[in-house]
Ligand binder design. Structure first.
Ligand code: FAD
Length: 143
């Protein structure tokens, strides 16, 4: 049986540190690359960027997500990539977006109120996933 011959869906979340400044040009190029590829492979998710961090949720067929994560790990635009959460799922949380973009600011009132100790490297995966969901609800995702 080939790796792609199944319909097991997964959701994963990782955190990383940006290499260099998180410029609009860099973000736009990552987002354009992500949206084109993800749409073609029925991958959905959200990319949160800011404060020198990337937090990304990816949802889709397990073999597609594994292959993409392998490429993301090798990408020199970020470092210290750490997998925080991985689960099988039958329900997508970010199915509307091939890749939404949310800007991350620790000065955001929502972050300050609900997550005053914001440090994704030190927090449990489900807790960071909840933070991402809160950010998407309070932020302005870009399609
Ligand atoms: P190639 O296009 O052959 O590039 C090889 C290497 O060159 C990359 O690893 C990278 O280090 C570098 N590179 C590529 N493009 C640029 C550029 N414009 N500027 C500077 N350096 C560059 N891809 C997706 O398809 N879906 C996603 O959801 C997704 N999310 C990402 C999230 C983050 C935080 C980052 C940093 C990248 C993301 N990418 C995503 C891009 C992904 O890492 C790969 O670059 C992409 O999948 C192409 O893979 P490739 O092996 O063909 O790389």
């Amino acid at each position: 049986m080939s790796a792609a011959n199944h319909d097991i869906q997964v959701r994963m979340l990782y955190v990383s540190h940006a290499v260099g400044p998180q410029s609009t040009t860099m973000t736009r190029s990552i987002l354009m690359q992500a949206q084109a590829h993800n749409r073609a492979h029925n991958i959905s998710g959200v990319l949160c960027q800011g404060q020198g961090f990337f937090l990304q949720v990816l949802e889709g067929q397990r073999s597609h997500i594994n292959a993409l994560y392998g490429r993301i790990l090798a990408d020199t635009r970020h470092k210290d990539v750490e997998l925080l959460h991985w689960e099988e799922t039958t329900q997508r949380l970010f199915g509307r977006w091939a890749m939404a973009l949310v800007h991350l600011s620790v000065n955001d009132p929502m972050v300050k109120l609900h997550h005053p100790d914001f440090d994704p490297y030190a927090a449990s995966g489900p807790r960071v996933l909840q933070q991402v969901l809160d950010l998407v609800k309070s932020g302005q995702p870009i399609e």
